[in-house]
Design a protein around this ligand. Sequence first.
Ligand code: ADP
Ligand code: NI
Length: 230
Amino acid sequence: MTSTTNKTHEVALDRVDIIRRTADYVRGQLAHENSGHDWWHVYRVLQLAKRLADREGADRFIVELAALLHDIADWKFHDGDEEVGPRVAKAWLESLHVPQPICRQVADIIRRISFHGAGTASVTTTIEGKVVQDADRLDAIGAIGIARVFMYSGSRDREMYDPDVPPTMHATAEAYKANRSSAINHFYEKLLLLSERLNTDAARKIAKDRHEFMEQYLDRFSPSGVAKRR
Ligand code: ADP
Ligand code: NI
């Protein structure tokens, strides 16, 4: 009896320590990130993911690890290689002796989290994956989402807005990954599509306001509807 209690206690302490060390690692890696994928993005995703996980009965340990590690090595910054992120995350967790099934689940969530274009389907399967994907998508919309688009576009030498170039509804992941869209076009190519692509009711509720705020923003950006189009 005593040993079970002790064991449970030990496991709980280990998990707290693993989360803390992972947060320190991610914070160190992403502290000076300048494209909207910085530590505070990860922190917001973590807070949202915890809320959603509790509502949905998802495994908190897996959700927290995946939220913390989801942008540790994004394909956009690694020549489009989508395996780098899952690989780096898995290697980190293995270095902390996290059990293999958990390492694999976290890597799998990261592998499937990204948006790949208007014409492509989301492929998240587990409730833990759905929750982390929703949290990441909620941080891509609303006031913070607007700020992040412009940060990303600036960091990648993309234009803010070109009224002569209409948005593209990318049919394949390859086309989406190759795009060099303006910041305003990114709203039409991704951000305005996200609230329809959330997995959980709790996330849909949070998204409603944020989505409307982006629509109002675009109206104000171009009251004549040029940016709204087409
Ligand atoms: P995910 O891959 O998880 O769907 P991303 O990392 O691609 O999310 O995008 C996160 C945020 O980075 C976007 O919501 C947006 O703010 C910015 N971003 C990503 N791609 C672009 C782009 N092509 N143009 C402008 N902003 C972008
Ligand atoms: Ni993210």
